[in-house]
Design a protein around this ligand. Structure first.
Ligand code: ATP
Ligand code: MG
Length: 173
């Protein structure tokens, strides 16, 4: 099944991580490939290291694209995103994983790092290699939600960021 977590509210990546945690309890294996996000460590990277080899996270991004002081040529971001797809393909080819999470895939598409057609053909390939796929990120394209069996839209009703509060360790990263 393809599950999509989208929308402007908090909870997309953490919902995917929560679902992976649940799946591991069923004796299965999960892999998450993260697009865009930079090389910095977030809490889940440390926790998931403890769940190795049943759960693995691969970060392929170069950080924010076109905002917050990003000076990297778009081509570098593109290469990093393409590398993400190549690595994901390699990992699931082993047939070892039951769940593949493509974190921030929708953003990688809307920022033109990955052509939509390439993402779709990747999903078509992946569905024969894993039991479930989760894609996350704001603005899920219609072509992806159409293929999904489950689509949840996180809607921001309130977020501390709106009051100028900074991201909190353990909650936001
Ligand atoms: P999380 O990783 O906490 O599940 P997310 O995956 O839904 O969040 P992203 O768009 O990937 O959200 O952004 C990640 C970061 O942005 C997190 O630190 C999250 O708390 C924060 N964030 C999410 N939604 C909002 C919002 N509406 N306004 C401001 N910051 C947000
Ligand atoms: Mg996220």
């Amino acid at each position: 099944m393809l599950l999509v977590f989208t929308g402007n509210g908090k909870g997309k990546t953490t919902a995917a991580l929560g679902n992976a945690l649940r799946l591991l309890g069923a004796g299965k294996q999960a892999i998450m490939v993260q697009f865009i996000k930079g090389p910095w460590e977030s809490g889940e990277h440390k926790s998931v290291a403890r769940l190795s080899p049943d759960f693995k996270i691969i970060k392929t991004g170069k950080g924010f694209v076109g905002i917050l002081g990003d000076t990297l040529p778009i081509e570098e971001h593109r290469k990093a995103a393409e590398k993400g797809l190549v690595l994901a393909r390699k990992e699931i080819a082993s047939g070892k994983y039951h769940l593949l999470i493509l974190d921030e895939l929708h953003n990688a598409i809307s920022l033109n790092l990955i052509p939509l057609s390439q993402a779709i053909s990747f999903l078509d390939y992946a569905k024969n290699k894993v039991e479930h796929i989760i894609t996350t990120g704001r603005d899920a394209p219609r072509e992806i939600t159409e293929r999904a069996g489950l689509v949840t839209e996180m809607r921001a009703m309130k977020h501390p960021f709106q009051k100028g509060e900074k991201a909190k360790k353990g909650l936001d990263f």
